[in-house]
Design a protein around this ligand. Structure first.
Ligand SMILES: O=C(O)c1ccc[n+]([C@@H]2O[C@H](COP(=O)([O-])O)[C@@H](O)[C@H]2O)c1
Ligand SMILES: Cc1cc2nc[nH]c2cc1C
Length: 359
């Protein structure tokens, strides 16, 4: 499934992009006055192979959750149980991602790809609200292994997680989603994110590492040392993305890589959230460079590794609000910008049709 998905990812459609550029030039606004929205609309036309491209509706957020063996190295102040507890909060509709999803009219799907502790209340639900958040049980293993000691996953485990992400992308698109948004939950996951950015982006461990949920100076120094140790132990080869994910990634990173590849193969845009998503996007681009055409960078996370990854991908984030929460929150806030970029191509009059004089 991974190989056939990668093989299905093709370049953007040049004819549709030329048509979108030409249409942008005829709309009742000075050329270029919509800034970054104009090239975004052109790219989405190229992705859809149509001008105008479909409105990116409805939107679906997929939150991939996993735990991390490297938690044992003291890289985060939060207990591992918070991953499972926050999943219960997502399913109850009480997290920030739920508030923003309701605002944006997006569905929320939580995918357990590797949570290490029991999810409070899971299995005890009644029929529930069919439009509310839903849980997909796809646990590959209860957390990764400690990457400073051994590989985080076997190659087979990483592949199963990637293929879970591909499957979730396909299911959401089959159910009608016009855009996928990445979400994540995993205490400790900014450490493998930094390691992935260093491995794929060729940046130093310190430049790739941030303060995550808010670590103190001592924990930060330990975190940089952990990233360095993992890189030294595994010498990850960016030409072997499955090997990089398996040795220094997380189960949610692998699944997010699959979600991105799955969206790109189906030519549906994927709106990226923070550092976890963009580090997974580096893996997706290593599998299939043309997958970048389907990626929209929702926001610039406060984590320095996110900026390094976006630079490597050649993507400019749509918003920059200093967010560092994850869950898909930054992607959800950026969604109206993406919809607006496409809506312009559908609804704005041309100089000719509106009788407005040109310069
Ligand atoms: O999205 C981001 O860029 C981001 C930045 C910092 C922290 N987070 C979230 O916080 C958790 C990881 O932080 P940490 O410090 O435990 O590695 C995880 O659940 C992420 O969703 C997310
Ligand atoms: C409370 C909390 C909520 C989160 N949401 C995403 N990562 C998180 C980490 C913590 C600690």
């Amino acid at each position: 499934m991974l190989e056939s998905t990668v093989a299905a990812i093709r370049p953007l459609d040049e004819a549709a992009m030329a048509a979108a550029r030409e249409l942008q030039g005829r709309l009742t606004k000075p050329a270029g006055s919509l800034g970054a929205l104009e090239p975004l609309s052109v790219r989405l036309a190229g992705l859809a192979g149509a001008c105008p491209p479909p409105l990116p509706e409805p939107a679906a957020v997929a939150i991939f959750a996993g735990d991390h063996g490297v938690h044992a190295q003291g890289v985060t102040p939060w207990p591992q149980e918070v991953t499972a507890q926050m999943i219960a909060n997502f399913l109850a509709g009480g997290a920030v991602v739920n508030a923003f999803a309701r605002q944006a009219g997006a569905s929320v799907t939580v995918v357990d790809v590797g949570v290490a502790t029991p999810i409070p209340g899971a299995g005890a639900e009644g029929p529930g609200d069919p439009t509310g958040p839903r849980l997909v049980a796809a646990n590959v293993r209860p957390g990764t292994r400690d990457m400073t000691v051994t590989a985080a996953m076997t190659r087979d485990e990483a592949r199963v997680a990637v293929e879970t992400g591909i499957r979730v992308a396909g299911e959401l698109i089959d159910a009608g989603a016009g855009i996928l948004l990445t979400g994540d939950m995993g205490i400790g996951n900014t450490t493998p994110s930094a390691t992935l950015v260093a491995a794929f982006g060729g940046v130093d461990a310190e430049a790739a590492t941030g303060r995550g949920t808010g670590v103190d100076d001592e924990t930060y120094a330990r975190k940089v040392a952990v990233v360095r140790a993992a890189l030294a132990r595994h010498e990850p080869d960016p030409a072997d993305p499955l090997g990089v994910l398996a040795t220094v990634g997380g189960l949610e990173h692998a699944a997010l890589t699959g979600l991105i590849l799955g969206a790109a193969a189906r030519r549906v845009p994927v709106l990226l959230d923070g550092v976890i998503a963009v580090s997974a996007a580096l893996a997706a681009a290593a599998f299939a460079p043309d997958a970048v055409g389907a990626m929209v960078a929702g926001h610039r996370s406060a984590e320095p590794g996110a900026t390094a990854a976006l630079r490597h991908l050649g993507l400019e984030p749509l918003i920059d609000l200093g967010l560092r929460l994850g869950e898909g929150t930054g992607a959800l806030l950026a969604l109206p910008v993406v919809t607006g970029a496409v809506r312009v191509l559908h609804e704005v009059a041309t100089f000719d049709s509106a009788g407005v004089a040109e310069k």
